[in-house]
Design a protein around this ligand. Structure first.
Ligand code: N01
Length: 537
């Protein structure tokens, strides 16, 4: 039989922010024959799939972009404080065009199998399009939030209306006019989508399992003057982001909630609330470290919800009760709580009255109530951080499956590499700061580091690079330790812990010690001859 596989130095899986930049680096800096395999019909990753109404990033535009190229920063100007999904896609397409990336991307090629050939020392990769590729290096750039989490509901198949998951939103426009819409889920996505859907729909039924904290985004248009000023201060923005633990350009305020005079702290919280955005949490240093401080801030938000929502019963149902503020990824919103003042918007507390099943015309609740609906929108999140990786059927040395390797939770070294899976690297993998940061900063750090490592491997003619079990074990224990020093694991149902997916092992996956510390640590690993990696010829 003739071998029809195509051979490359490196295969990158995914054409989102991380895959595009990794392609640029491998091709332009290392001159590697590189191919990106992308499941979608276009580039953008998260932003290709998540095109639900209201989809918008919660990092500010001028920080949620690449910083590796000065001319790119100067040429592209953002129209709003937070970039909307469409504008982000336009931006990524602009980048792809500027750096001529698309010639090395294959669309509509979902990777369904990847196995390490120990003799040939290469990866054999198969796609759903029945193509096979061979490459010395496999780099996954599949995003942390890309594998949709769809609940199993009895009778859903019998429902005759339209069914959507926000993470797999259709490209055609979805019309809510005169429709009765059920929305399941009140995470960042639901909180963005519900006000937008309510603007059009005849009625909206929000099925809430866990009430969530949310801070006003205060989105606004950006002026030309803003862009000019930004361009003159790019280095300042960059260094602020590099110095911070989360990759946002905020300087730690050096004050604690508990130790600040009560009147003064209210003044600070009010000002941060008026300013809006994720920076609200950063207006004190100890919100995720000290329970008493967190309670003060959580109570402040609960009071804002009571003040906003006119019906006291509805307001009560919307009050977050079971997790400290910020321990689940905090959404930011535009008129989320205000939307519940609209007469056609109804809130169902699933903890009081759960979903029993679906019937042909809607959703049946456990108390027997029937919600008649034309449409059900699942804003139920993702099998985060590991789901997309595990779906690819990756097999390392001796056919060892990634699913087996991670049966008790993901085990990585630096979030970048897994023992028994040589020559494979994960961008923003579990065990790296990833989702706890402004993603492009975490992505650029990971990609730059992987690129330097591959340069070292190639210059020294190594054929195989792997990681020892002991290093991965130690790193993974460290990831757990640093998370346990914060309040983050207190939200025991969060996707950070994998708790949103039935049967998934509960392990705190992202690295909580900060992107700045992580960057320093990775730099010292490299300086010490890539300590923890084993390279052979
Ligand atoms: O997903 P989520 P998301 N029955 O997992 C509920 C990023 N993001 O898509 O809390 C009923 O947070 C679930 O309930 P519970 C951001 O990092 C960023 O909203 O598990 N309900 C929850 O309410 C974010 O954190 C941006 O009890 C069910 C909701 O569905 C991440 O993506 C915008 C259920 C899921 O919330 C994920 O956000 C959007 C079930 N069986 C997203 N299963 C921005 O940049 C789940 N739920 C602004």
């Amino acid at each position: 039989m003739t071998d029809t596989s195509e051979n490359f130095d490196a295969i990158i899986v995914g054409a989102g922010f991380s895959g595009l930049y990794q392609l640029y680096c491998l091709r332009e800096k290392l001159n590697l024959r590189t191919r990106v395999l992308e499941a979608g019909g276009g580039l953008g990753g998260t932003w290709y799939w998540n095109r639900y109404p209201g989809a918008r990033c919660d990092s500010e535009s001028h920080t949620y972009c690449y910083y590796f190229d000065q001319s790119l920063l100067e040429e592209w100007s953002w129209s709003e404080r937070y970039p909307g999904q469409e504008e982000i896609l336009k931006y990524l397409n602009f980048c792809a065009q500027k750096f001529d990336l698309e010639r090395d991307i294959n669309y509509n090629e979902r990777v369904v199998d990847a196995s390490w050939d120990s003799e040939a020392k290469l990866w054999r990769i198969k796609t759903q399009a029945e193509k096979t590729y061979c490459a010395s290096f496999l780099i996954t750039a599949v995003g942390c939030l890309s594998s949709a989490n769809m609940p199993t509901i009895d009778g859903l198949k019998n429902f005759k209306g339209e069914v959507y998951h926000t993470g797999q939103w259709p490209h055609e426009s979805v019309n809510f006019t005169n429709k009765s819409v059920v929305v399941v889920g009140t995470g960042s996505t639901g909180i963005q989508a519900i006000p937008e859907i309510a603007k059009q729909a005849k009625s909206v039924y929000v099925l809430q399992r866990t009430p969530n904290f949310s801070v006003p985004a205060r989105n606004r248009p950006l002026s030309k003057e803003f862009h000019s000023k930004f361009v003159s201060q790019i280095d300042v923005w960059r260094s602020k982001m590099l110095e911070s633990r989360h990759g946002h350009p905020w300087v730690a305020p050096n004050r604690q909630v508990r130790k600040t005079d009560p009147e003064e702290r209210i003044r600070i919280m009010e000002a941060a609330w008026r300013h809006g955005g994720l920076g609200f949490r950063e207006s004190f240093d100890d919100v995720l470290l000290d329970e008493e401080s967190n309670t003060i801030m959580s109570d402040f938000i609960r009071q804002k919800i009571r003040d906003t929502v006119k019906d006291p019963e509805t307001a009560k149902k919307l009050l977050p009760k079971d997790h400290p503020f910020g321990t689940k990824r905090p959404p930011i919103d535009t008129q989320y709580f205000e939307t519940f003042n609209r007469e056609h918007v109804h809130l169902i507390d699933l903890k009081e009255n759960g979903i029993s099943s679906c019937f042909s015309e809607g959703v049946l609740l456990s108390d027997g109530t029937k919600i008649f609906a034309d449409m059900i929108v699942f804003a139920t999140g993702f099998d985060a951080m590991t789901g997309a990786l595990q779906k690819m059927n990756i097999r390392g040395k001796g056919g060892f499956r990634l699913q087996e390797a991670w049966h008790a939770g993901p085990r990585t070294y630096l979030g970048l590499a897994v023992p028994e899976f040589p020559n494979m690297f994960i961008i923003t993998g579990p065990g790296s700061p990833s989702v706890l940061t402004n993603m492009p900063r975490a992505i650029e750090q990971n990609v730059d580091w992987i690129t330097d490592l591959l340069s070292h491997v190639i210059q020294n003619d190594y054929a195989e690079i792997g990681v020892a079990q002991a290093n991965a074990k130690e790193w993974t224990a460290h990831v757990t330790d640093v998370a346990n020093k914060t309040l983050l694991p207190k939200a025991n149902h969060s996707w950070y812990l994998g708790a949103n997916v039935p049967g998934k092992p509960r392990v705190f996956m992202p690295y909580a010690f900060g992107l700045n510390h992580y960057r320093d640590h990775c730099a010292s690993v490299a300086k010490n001859g890539y300590e923890g990696f084993v390279m052979t010829k």
